[in-house]
Design a protein around this ligand. Structure first.
Ligand code: PLP
Length: 447
């Protein structure tokens, strides 16, 4: 039953990701809702006359997408409780929905913990999943009663023994992260030849080890990394038992992508968990997904603020016909802003045309880049004075774009806004327009 169920859901979700999702309820589709929100905003701006900043870049967030991702998680990993990784996108509405859905939260700093506690979330629903913590933050969580935290080295154990001996500790082990976009294992994770010594020290310090955690790297693509990590975790569970610790929880971390590789990853993970941590073992299973929940829900709109025309003079001098010009487009967001994901998260956001020459083209064939050599060639650049600030080296569109036109980028919810700077004096606080394509999520949010 589970298999057929999964397959059905998998197909449905893939369609939806491509914008072909058909809803079970009446009313506008996700694409229509997002399109309407984008249209309303950009058509309201008069570029001849607007105040400085009115044409700033902005997001449209579809919280219905987050809700669907949650169902997709439940369908594929029903035994694993998600603790959303706040660092990925700490948008308050996103956190509110995830809290209402019953998720826990993975926090990495005092500010993230404070934000989640202020929403009224119980401290037991937070894991402080940073193996190398600040002393004063450890004292802070001790005060707040946030007990769950990770460690991966002896110095950290001594720190915890000093500031929070009652903490519930997860031993984070090293993984093979070679297939991931953002590798973590050179910085975090106890190697398997060190776990024995760490458990011995934890026992000597009279600390409370309650589980094992790992992270296969953010944006992972090799499902076998999960299999190996679960197998290694099982080994550490047995090791811990020999030191008198009866571990209760396995934390499988994050690393899940929102594309169709999720079903593949989740399938391998589910089978590994069923083998090494079966339901009757009574072990709790948790995870720390970030990207999986946040990425597809956010669409970013940017304004073309300047254009440089490039005539290929070599071709003009040698050729018999004058070639079409190409253009450099300068938009009001870039690598120092919400496209920080290009630097830090190794992403390749794909530009689409939102509005050109007074026409809104969202989700039409003319909105999309072309694969063939026809159309007009563009490179797309951010607004700062740094040459590194380039979003796209080359893309072709069937339309001529100019100052005042708009581009949009989908899948901009993960590791974008949260790592944006204010370099060159550009704001990193941009409007988010919320829509909700799922009545279930709407009801939870009182929208
Ligand atoms: N947990 C920890 C400890 C992390 O370092 C990260 C990301 O770096 C995450 C969870 C979230 O990972 P992802 O967004 O790939 O799910």
């Amino acid at each position: 039953f589970l298999k057929s169920c999964n397959n059905g859901y998998f197909e449905q979700h893939n369609h939806h990701h491509l914008g072909e999702h058909h809803h079970h309820h009446e009313g506008p589709t996700a694409k229509e809702l997002i399109g309407n929100a984008l249209r309303q905003r950009v058509e309201s701006i008069d570029h001849e006359d607007c105040e400085p900043g009115e044409e700033d870049t902005f997001f449209v967030a579809d919280l219905g997408e987050v809700y669907r991702q949650h169902l997709r998680w439940k369908m594929n990993l029903p035994r694993v409780k998600p603790f959303y990784a706040v660092k990925c996108n700490p948008d308050p509405m996103l956190l509110k929905l995830l809290a209402a859905l019953g998720n826990g939260f993975d926090c990495a700093s005092k500010a993230e913990i404070e934000q989640v506690l202020r929403m009224g979330v119980d401290p037991s629903r937070i894991i402080y999943a940073q193996p190398c913590k600040t002393n004063s933050y450890v004292r802070y969580v001790a005060q707040q009663g946030v007990r769950a935290m990770t460690f991966d080295n002896a110095d950290e154990l001594r720190k915890i023994a000093r500031f929070y001996p009652e903490a519930e500790l997860y031993l984070r082990i090293l993984t093979d992260d070679t297939s991931s976009l953002c590798r973590l294992s050179m910085k975090f994770g106890a190697s398997l030849d060190s776990t024995d010594g760490l458990l011995a020290l934890a026992r000597d310090l009279n600390l409370n080890v309650v589980g094992v955690s790992f992270h296969v790297g953010s944006g992972a693509s090799d499902p076998s990394a999960f299999l190996k990590a679960v197998r290694d975790s099982h080994m550490v569970f047995q090791q811990a038992a020999s030191y008198g610790f009866s571990l209760k929880t396995l934390d499988v971390g994050g690393g899940f992508c929102a594309d169709s590789t999720f079903e593949q990853m989740a399938g391998v993970l589910r089978e590994a968990l069923d083998e090494y941590f079966p339901a009757h073992s009574g072990i709790n299973l948790i995870a720390e997904p970030g990207r999986f929940y946040a990425s597809a829900a956010y669409t970013l709109a940017c304004n073309v603020i300047a254009r440089r025309t490039i005539q290929d003079t070599a071709l003009i001098n040698n050729g018999t016909t004058t070639p079409d010009p190409s253009y450099m487009l300068y938009v009001n967001d870039g690598l120092y802003g919400n496209f920080s994901s290009i630097m830090f998260d190794h992403q390749h956001p794909e530009a689409k045309v939102l509005r050109a020459g007074g026409q809104t083209l969202y989700d039409t064939p003319a909105a999309n880049g072309m694969d063939d050599r026809s159309g007009v060639e563009y490179s797309i650049w951010g607004p700062t004075c740094d040459g590194i600030d380039r979003i796209t080296e080359s893309i072709r569109f069937p339309v001529v774009l100019d100052v005042g036109d708009w581009l949009y980028f989908e899948d901009m919810g993960a590791y974008t806004k949260c790592s944006a700077t204010t370099f060159n004096g550009f704001s990193n606080e941009h409007d988010v327009i919320y829509v909700c394509s799922e009545p279930g999520a709407k009801a939870l949010l009182d929208l």
